[in-house]
Structure formats: structure tokens, C-alpha cells
Design a binder for this molecule. Structure first.
Ligand code: OAD
Length: 252
């Protein structure tokens, strides 16, 4: 029999009474859907590359075809994956809480596929792998000619096409970042789920909450720099913790 997760009464009360809960997710929430986390070892064809060496404008300039093909592989992985119990539990939180802000660093779109973003839009800090934009003029491109050339070319300016994700060394979308910062500092409870907390500026969001005396909950089976500072640290997988938490709070 599985061990039942026991939550502190204080945490359950805080969720029941909260007017605004903010959740920040990272690659860990999609791990149970079979999407490898960013810092996991890569497999197969991509074994010899480090993601950090492929996800940058320099890498794209050096070898655009290689970067395009890596993202095509990741897009395929993501489209075959399904949302897991952790994603689904966050949909329940959005339904039940007066105000709910879901901020994600993930580019996989699994939160939206699970049904998040109906009452409150999902804030995507690092873009979305299913969208494509032009490397030259940065405009979103929906359709292009497939003539075998990789990456394909922008139908407007013939620039090279790239995924609409934030790469190392690039700025985050300004509106998404300012909405995330405002929510982190203005909520009643902040949950940091499945993120190593190593990549700024997303990594600072829980600390903004703590600085505003807002309780912070971390859900991650492995310790992170936040673990010892979090008000509650729950060292277990999100796909187990989140459904159990929803059940415990609302006795469903
Ligand atoms: P990481 O790959 O750095 O960290 C994933 C975290 O998820 C780790 O701390 C794991 O312990 C945790 N984890 C693994 N399985 C889990 C599970 N079942 N439940 C909960 N947690 C689990 O991914 P991120 O923190 O998302 O940015 O990385 C942040 C950003 O760094 C990414 O968005 C990406 C990368 O550079 C860009 O692409 C710009």
C-alpha cells in the first residue's frame, strides 16, 4: 500500500482561506509525463549535447539546422506526452480558488492541455515550443513553405525560423515577467513545484514572496536552494503530492 501524504493543518487552512494562490512550475511537473527535465541526461541521438549548448542564439547562429532539429525532436516528445495527475490537480486549484495565477517555465504547453488557463491565463515565462517565430524579425509565424530546407524560412522576410522559446542570454517576455512578479509579491500563498531554482529571473519569484512575508510551499523530491527557506517543503513527486493536497484541502 502507498504511504499516505500527511499535510500540516496549517497549510490546509492557509489554502482554504487563501484569496490568491500563485504556483510556479518547472520541468519537474512534466517529468511524470515522460518529458525529460532540462538538466536530465539526454538520450539517443542527442546524448552528446548539453541542452545549455543548444538553447542559445549563438548555438543557432553556429548551426541553425542542428538547433532546429533538436527542437523538432523535443516538440515530438511533448506532443506524444499527456498531462499527468499533477497538471490535473492544478486545474482543480484554478477552479476552486478565488484568484489563481499559474506561472510556468515550461515550454511544453501541458498545463493548457490539462485544462489550465480557463479562468486565469497561464503565464508562460519561457515561451512555447509549439509556436514558431522568425529569428530575424521576431514575429510569430504560423505557416511556411516546407521545401526541405532546415530551418524553414520566414514567408515575410526569408529569415530563418526558430521556436518561440526564451534561450540563454535572451530576455523574458516583459509582460509575462511583470505579471509574474506582481502576482508573486501580491498573493497569500506561493507554491514552487518541480523547479531547480537555478535559472533567473524565475528563480527569484519565491524569494519575492518570502520577502513579502507570504508563505512558500516547495514540492520537489530533491532539495534545492529554496528548500531550507520554504515555509513548507514537501520532498515528493508533484504527481503524488498535488492530487493528495487537493483531496486533503477540500475533502474530495
Ligand atoms: P530543471 O531541469 O533545472 O529542474 C527540474 C526540477 O524538477 C529538479 O529540481 C528536480 O528535482 C525536480 N523534479 C524531478 N521530478 C519531479 C517530480 N516528479 N515532481 C516534482 N519535481 C520533480 O528544470 P527547471 O527548474 O524548470 O529554461 O529549469 C528552469 C529553466 O532552465 C527551464 O525553463 C529552461 C532551463 O534552462 C529555458 O529553456 C530558458
Amino acid at each position: 500500500m502507498e504511504n499516505e501524504i500527511v499535510f500540516s493543518d496549517q497549510l490546509l487552512q492557509q489554502i482554504r482561506q487563501a484569496q490568491h494562490v500563485v504556483v510556479l512550475t518547472g520541468a519537474g511537473i512534466s517529468a511524470e509525463s515522460g518529458v525529460p527535465t532540462f538538466r536530465d541526461a539526454q538520450t539517443g541521438l542527442w546524448e552528446r549535447f548539453r541542452p545549455e549548448e543548444l538553447a542559445s542564439p549563438e548555438a543557432f547562429r553556429r548551426d541553425p539546422r542542428l538547433v532546429w532539429e533538436w527542437y523538432a525532436w523535443r516538440r515530438e516528445l511533448v506532443s506524444k506526452a499527456s498531462p499527468n495527475a499533477g497538471h490535473l490537480a492544478l486545474v482543480e486549484l484554478e477552479k476552486r480558488l478565488p484568484v489563481f495565477t499559474l506561472i510556468t517555465q515550461n515550454v511544453d504547453g501541458l498545463h493548457q492541455r490539462a485544462g489550465s488557463g480557463v479562468r486565469f491565463p497561464v503565464i508562460e515565462l519561457h515561451g512555447n515550443i509549439q509556436r514558431t517565430k522568425c529569428f530575424a524579425d521576431c514575429q510569430i509565424v504560423d505557416t511556411w513553405e516546407e521545401d526541405g530546407e532546415l530551418p524553414p524560412r520566414c514567408p515575410r522576410c526569408a529569415g530563418l525560423l526558430r521556436p518561440d522559446v526564451v534561450w540563454f542570454g535572451e530576455l523574458l517576455p516583459a509582460e509575462a515577467l511583470s505579471a509574474a512578479i506582481a502576482a508573486a509579491a501580491g498573493c497569500d500563498l506561493f507554491l514552487s513545484i518541480g523547479t531547480s531554482g537555478l535559472v533567473e529571473p524565475a528563480a527569484s519569484l519565491p524569494y519575492r514572496a518570502l520577502a513579502a512575508h507570504i508563505p512558500v510551499v516547495e514540492i520537489n523530491p530533491h532539495p534545492t536552494p529554496l528548500s531550507s527557506l520554504a515555509t513548507f517543503a514537501i520532498p515528493a513527486p508533484a504527481g503524488e503530492v498535488l492530487p493528495a493536497l487537493v483531496k486533503a484541502v477540500w475533502e474530495v
